[in-house]
Design a protein around this ligand. Structure first.
Ligand SMILES: Nc1ncnc2c1ncn2[C@@H]1O[C@H](COP(=O)(O)OP(=O)(O)OP(=O)(O)O)[C@@H](O)[C@H]1O
Ligand SMILES: Nc1ccn([C@H]2C[C@H](O)[C@@H](COP(=O)(O)O)O2)c(=O)n1
Length: 239
């Protein structure tokens, strides 16, 4: 058996509130991998468009500006960071205004091309491997990922989770907003939210976060063992 652990690329996709960020961060921390929140990158470019007066209902204006902001993502799962033109936007990208406009901005092909290139570059430079979470990671960004997971959960469970996070928000209104965002993300022409054919689907509705993390860690370890066994079988016997 080899002493070195192979680098591993894990893609985690799914609709809003299914637990992608919480699960991906914890799995990356447990396995010593980097972590990339691609939703934060789309939120960051949306924040820049709003801050610079670009009309988010005008795809041509968004396309023209898409290359302008410098977006930098820190990939330590213990402290993921995101800056735009050197400004820390961790808080500002989570406002209701950004959340309501991010689907329109992220549907523009020039935005997707720019952010996808950035994501591939970050993934390819992660020394021990990376957990990348989003909507199109398994289908478009990293189609050769070692493991693809697609998280799901009922809209009711997802709305209850989000309302618990944003204290005092109405569960019915939260559910309506997330279903609307999922519909927009799933129906756009360029790399919509979708499950890759070879992804493992995990329904988290009745699972605790700890159970989901354990399930994904086990899937990564199984995949690593399978890869290692294949490599050992293919190598000529030592003399
Ligand atoms: N299995 C679970 N059981 C209960 N709560 C959960 C579970 N998974 C995640 N949560 C909670 O649900 C909320 C949303 O989780 P998270 O942000 O990880 O989802 P997400 O899929 O990344 O959402 P988005 O795509 O909108 O960013 C968080 O408060 C998180 O702690
Ligand atoms: N790979 C991705 C990741 C995210 N988006 C878009 C669509 C989402 O509504 C939005 C915000 O993501 P979140 O922070 O809620 O995970 O970003 C995308 O199109 N592709």
């Amino acid at each position: 058996m080899s002493d070195t652990v192979e680098s591993v690329i894990v893609a985690i996709d799914g609709p809003s509130g299914t637990g992608k960020s919480s699960t991906s961060r914890a799995v990356a921390a447990a396995l010593g991998l980097s972590y990339l929140d691609t939703g934060a990158q789309y939120r960051a470019i949306t924040w820049w468009m709003i801050s610079n007066g670009v009309d988010v209902q005008d795809p041509a204006a968004i396309a023209t500006a898409a290359a302008k902001p410098a977006i930098v993502s820190g990939t330590d799962p213990a402290n993921p960071t995101i800056t735009v033109d050197g400004v820390d936007v961790t808080g500002p990208i989570r406002t209701p205004e950004v959340t309501s406009k991010v689907s329109a901005v992220s549907a523009v092909p020039e935005v997707r091309a720019r952010i996808t290139e950035l994501q591939r570059s970050i993934a390819s430079s992660a020394a021990t491997g990376i957990v990348v979470e989003g909507r199109d990671i398994g289908t478009t960004v990293l189609p050769d990922a070692d493991l693809k997971i697609f998280l799901t959960a009922s809209p009711e469970a997802r709305a209850a989770r989000r309302s618990g996070e944003l204290k005092g928000t109405d569960v019915a209104a939260t559910k309506e907003a997330l279903v609307k965002r999922d519909a927009a993300d799933s129906s756009r022409k360029t790399s919509p939210l979708a499950k890759a054919d070879d992804a493992v689907e995990v329904d988290t509705t009745d699972l605790t976060l700890e159970q989901v993390i354990e399930c994904v860690v086990t899937l990564v370890e199984e995949r690593r063992c399978a890869t290692e066994n294949t490599e050992n079988t293919e190598k000529p016997a030592a003399r």
